[in-house]
Design a protein around this ligand. Structure first.
Ligand SMILES: [Zn+2]
Length: 320
């Protein structure tokens, strides 16, 4: 192992200048002070935690392998430890990513920085980076709803035989608590059940693969439940109407899918609880109101989503 000793100054932000000797390795006595926070203090919030969760967006994971740090687009990202860049550029899911390999306690540790703006703007694969060196900027590339840094810590290897670990205790153990530097933090709660909807007509299968038999077919926008973390690769274990099976993550969404926007043509159109004039009036819609069609039209009725409610309106009063 290459050991490059040098003198650095820390504690400046606290108004104290402490001179300590560190090595490029995370091993040994230096371990307690060997990492730095990847984002400037108070520039981020802890939004989504490591572990089982509900899919926040279609195709997203239900077992979160990293820690999400919500921050403004363009916030500079620093390498938490010195090491060698093994990946800088685009990758499925993250959009743009930087992966840095470091040494720790005789083993290898990989820090993964996901959803960045441009993975190879500052660094290239094979390049050595220093602790605290700018490696990318916060973005929202790939499967993401808003700008944030998705930080993963892998031990042993990146993917394959490697294993992930919760970045919060790992960073804290290396002297750079992410909690201490955060401007805010969401509550860390794992819900007991998740609610999802189908994004199209899709097969529910007996196992996590297209080689498993079809248990039933589920139409678009049907509600399903699932346990946080119940997945196998890109497959999600879901329950529809009491039947449990597996569905590809691309067809599972936490929200309803719009089948097109329609506009109300008359004033005083009732949104009904069922496809009949005997259905309870849930809302009254006026001319020009945009509604999301969420169900195929049948018997002259359309199921729509409007003002946060689902209900039925007569198709003849809607236009494209
Ligand atoms: Zn994430």
């Amino acid at each position: 192992m290459r050991t490059l000793r040098r003198i650095i100054t820390t504690g400046v932000t606290m108004g104290i200048a402490t001179t300590v000797a560190l090595t490029t390795s995370l091993a040994g006595a230096g371990a307690a002070t060997a990492a730095v926070r990847p984002l400037p203090d108070k520039s981020y919030g802890l939004s989504s935690y490591y572990g089982p969760r509900c899919m926040p967006i279609r195709s997203a994971s239900t077992y979160h392998l990293g820690q999400d740090m919500s921050a403004k687009k363009g916030t500079p990202i620093k390498s938490v430890a010195p090491g060698t860049v093994i990946k800088a550029g685009s990758t499925p899911g993250f959009g743009q990513v930087v992966v840095v390999r470091s040494n720790a306690n005789g083993g290898k540790v990989f820090a993964v920085y996901g959803h960045v703006i441009d993975g190879d703007k500052y660094v290239k694969a094979g390049k050595y980076v220093k602790r605290g060196q700018r490696i990318a900027d916060v973005g929202s590339s790939g499967t993401s709803t808003a700008p944030h840094l998705h930080l993963e810590i892998w031990k042993g290897a990146y993917k394959g035989s490697g294993t992930t670990t919760d970045p919060l205790p790992w960073m804290k153990n290396h002297g750079a608590s992410l909690t201490a530097g955060a401007a805010w933090a969401n509550k860390r709660v794992v819900p007991s059940s998740c609610t999802y909807y189908t994004t199209t007509r899709v097969n529910l299968r007996s196992g996590p693969g297209t080689n498993y038999r079809v248990v039933r077919e589920v139409r678009v926008n049907r509600v399903m439940t699932a346990k946080p973390g119940a997945s196998s690769g890109v497959w999600r274990k879901v329950t529809r109407d009491g039947t449990t099976g597996w569905m590809h993550a691309d067809y599972v969404s936490p929200g309803l899918t719009s089948l097109g926007t329609r506009y109300v043509e008359v004033n005083g159109l009732r949104l009904r609880s069922k496809p009949s004039t005997s259905g309870t009036a849930l809302d009254t819609l006026n001319k020009g109101k945009a509604v999301k069609k969420i169900w195929p039209t049948s018997n002259g009725w359309v199921k729509v989503y409007v003002n946060g409610k689902q209900g039925f309106v007569a198709a003849k009063y809607l236009r494209y």
